[in-house]
Design a protein around this ligand. Structure first.
Ligand SMILES: Cc1ncc(COP(=O)(O)O)c(C=O)c1O
Length: 251
């Protein structure tokens, strides 16, 4: 998906022009995956752009940072205000918001303590994650041969850049085999999540999703069942799923 540039990026407390938001090639995060981030949507409403579950996403960002012992040098409210200001500065009607906290340039080696914790907020215009027709027509998905990591290897509770090495393997395998997305099972063989989405099923009018230890705690949980398909990255009814998980759906 090509990136639609916005005017400005919030970079450690300052707005900088998009092309000037750069980091050093020896930054810790680039070598060791030491970043945590969020993906948040602002939707166009009659009263202007409205951010979907901002507090919930920010809580997860702060929790992710805590798990990786990264001290975010801004308060919850400062990051929240910075996100809203970035949307205003870039004059979005609707957008995708990507706050990222990462270990920057300082020292070499796995020990990250000598590296600064940098914070960036980028906003971009980004349509539907799995393509414009995905919601109406559904997409072809497969069950991946890659499993999600066990909670004692990488904590799935933390939305860390490192987790996305696993997501990339799932996605690349699915694309290579002609699918749009792959669904990963957890280490025990239960359904976990897509490479970049939560999974929900509706059973007897109730939304069911795998437990948090195996998948990201979905920020999308608190909304009513009939609200789900319009606002989440839903697969919709998958028209073709050739390899089905042998394990039951968890919930
Ligand atoms: C692997 C993965 N699972 C789940 C999600 C859904 O996240 P959210 O809880 O913000 O809807 C995402 C979104 O980026 C993801 O990448």
């Amino acid at each position: 998906m090509p990136i639609n540039k916005s005017d400005k990026i919030w970079f450690n407390g300052e707005f900088v022009p998009w092309d000037e938001a750069q980091i050093h090639v020896m930054s810790h995060a680039l070598h060791y995956g030491s970043s945590v981030f969020e993906g948040i949507r602002a939707y166009n409403t009659v009263s202007g752009p409205a951010v979907w579950l901002l507090d919930g996403h920010l809580k997860r960002l702060f929790d992710s940072a805590k798990i990786y012992r990264m001290e975010i040098p801004y308060s919850f409210d400062e990051i929240k205000e910075a996100i809203l200001e970035t949307i205003r500065v870039n004059k979005h009607e609707a957008c995708y918001i990507r706050p990222i906290v990462f270990r920057g340039y300082g020292e070499i080696g796995v020990d990250p303590r000598g590296c600064p914790v940098d914070v960036v907020i980028a906003t971009i215009e980004w349509g539907r994650y799995l393509g414009p027709e995905a919601i109406e027509q559904g997409v072809d998905v497969c069950t991946s041969s890659w499993r999600r990591m066990a909670p004692a290897t990488f904590p799935a509770l933390a939305k860390s850049g490192a987790n996305y090495a696993n997501s990339q393997l799932i996605k690349l395998e699915a694309l290579e085999n002609g699918y749009v997305e792959g669904i990963a099972l957890d280490v025990a063989g239960y359904v976990s999540e897509g490479s970049g989405e939560n999974l929900f099923i509706v059973r007897d009018g109730t939304l069911i999703t795998p437990p948090e230890t195996w998948a990201y705690p979905p920020r999308s949980r608190p909304f009513p069942a009939n609200f789900s398909t319009s606002l989440t990255r839903s697969f919709s009814p998958a028209p073709r799923q050739r390899s089905r998980p042998s394990a039951p759906l968890t919930g």
